[in-house]
Design a protein around this ligand. Structure first.
Ligand code: HAM
Length: 424
């Protein structure tokens, strides 16, 4: 028996109705904030992620699904391709490639699968889904403004509230910029040197490759050491400090609650200034339902013009896990099962089903060779509320036996009144 690959999964009904509910709500909220949808390819040149996300990140160094193109054509022979591990680099690539700002496009959203070879567990998969959005543009479009950061965060709070998700926390930090971060990283290295020998293996490696990631360590024994390390907020230059203060001021005015977390560093290298995550208590170890931040140098890193930006990606798998809504409430059962009885009745059933569906009912149809008992059993199995019995007499008289499958009650209803009865 061939099974789904480890870390991938089938999304089945009725859960898919929850996924649709989330996506429909997200699309509606995004439109209110003037975001439009973009769909970029599932695979891209490996170099895009190496340069965009960063060679030293876990994502690029160990988690990507990378393969060589086996094409025979000279133009793409041996090209290294990668299933996208995230969508921001792809969106910024498309922004540059199509000069999107020339068309007045600077707010884009996407919904789709991403791929990372992580160790699968609850809330962590190798194919997972993100709902994300990016605001990107030249400085003249205001893309650098702290107002954009605040608008994106306020939109996220609105979306989570509209989905009925309670108990989320917005964790906020500023990770500085190309001007002040090197000084901070140097200070971190310095402070780590005498103590790193007492830390976990990962920290020892990160202290060398990417000292910022040490702040992300979850090993309990390391925490007292990390608490004493220098903090980014003491190293922010004046413009980063002001930018961050302004983001907070707008959030306060807009009534968006947040908590400052100066250990929030994120796992992708492109971040500058504002970085954030929304966490949810009920999710356990994988508690980040979404993450994002500003990436003022990403466009240049992949060969584009200066185009500051900010965005986020929601882990849709995790978001769905944190919904309290039951799938059944957003996945309505069929209203009626039409049971055609006897030769010629399939054709009548098609007509009746079409009329009822046009009137908004969800309708299932049996088969004229079924005995009534079998039809009613099938209807019950499907969870249908009513069965409509359609034999030769009914077709002639245009009056149908409508059976409530929960109570067993049956009544005769003229064709014109059927749809209204189903709705009642
Ligand atoms: P990220 O933090 O790597 O950021 O991913 C965003 C969210 O995707 C996470 O908070 C989590 O909910 C979900 N996620 C990540 N990996 C997995 C996984 N293996 N299984 C299930 N869910 C997962 C980014 O991807 C950035 N591109 C976000 C961004 C957009 N920053 C700026 N613009």
């Amino acid at each position: 028996m061939i099974k789904a690959i480890r870390g991938t999964r089938d999304l089945l009904p009725p859960d898919t109705a929850l996924w649709n509910f989330v996506e429909t709500t997200a699309r509606a909220v995004f439109r209110e904030y003037n975001f439009q949808e973009i769909r970029t390819p599932i695979f891209e040149a490996t170099e895009l992620f190496a340069r965009g996300v960063g060679e030293d990140t876990d994502i690029v160094s160990k988690e990507m699904y990378t393969f060589e193109d086996r094409s025979r054509a000279e133009s793409d022979k041996g090209q290294s391709l990668t299933l996208r591990p995230e969508n921001t680099a792809g969106v910024v690539r498309a922004y540059i490639e199509h000069n999107l700002w020339d068309r007045g496009l600077n707010k884009l959203y996407y919904i789709g699968p991403q791929f990372r070879r992580e160790r699968p567990q609850k809330g962590r998969y190798r194919q997972f889904y993100q709902i994300g959005a990016e605001v990107i543009g030249p400085t003249t479009a205001g893309s650098e403004s702290p107002a954009r950061d605040a608008e994106v965060l306020e939109m996220l709070a609105t979306l989570l509230n509209r989905l009925g998700i309670q108990g989320w926390t917005l964790q906020l930090n500023s990770v500085g910029c190309a001007n002040d971060r090197p000084r901070y990283v140097e200070a971190l290295r310095e402070a780590l040197r005498p103590v790193v020998g007492q830390m976990c293996v990962d920290c020892r490696r990160r202290a060398e490759t990417n000292p910022l990631r040490v702040l992300d360590c979850k090993v309990p024994e390391d925490q007292p050491i990390i608490e004493k390390l220098p903090r980014m907020k003491d190293y922010l230059d004046e413009s980063c400090r002001q930018h961050f203060a302004e983001v907070q001021k707008i959030l306060n005015t807009a009534g968006v609650p947040y908590s400052l977390n100066d250990r929030l560093v994120r796992g992708l290298d492109y971040y500058t200034r504002t970085a954030f995550e929304f966490t949810h208590g009920a999710l356990g170890a994988q508690n980040a339902i979404l993450g994002g931040g500003r990436y003022d140098g990403l466009s240049e890193a992949i060969g584009g013009p200066k185009a500051p930006g900010i965005g986020f990606a929601i882990g849709e798998d995790r978001l769905v896990l944190s919904l309290t809504e039951a799938a059944e409430t957003v996945a309505p059962k069929p209203d009626a099962y039409i049971a055609p009885l006897g030769p010629g009745m399939n054709a009548e059933a098609v007509k009746l089903a079409r009329d009822l569906r046009r009137a908004g009912a969800i309708v299932e149809v049996g088969d004229e060779t079924f005995r009534l008992k079998k039809s009613l059993e099938t209807a019950s199995k499907l969870g249908t509320r009513y069965a409509i019995i359609l034999g030769e007499n009914e077709a002639k008289s245009n009056e149908f036996a409508l059976k409530n499958l929960a109570t067993g009650q049956q009544q005769t209803v003229p064709r014109g009144e059927l749809a209204a009865k189903l709705r009642a």
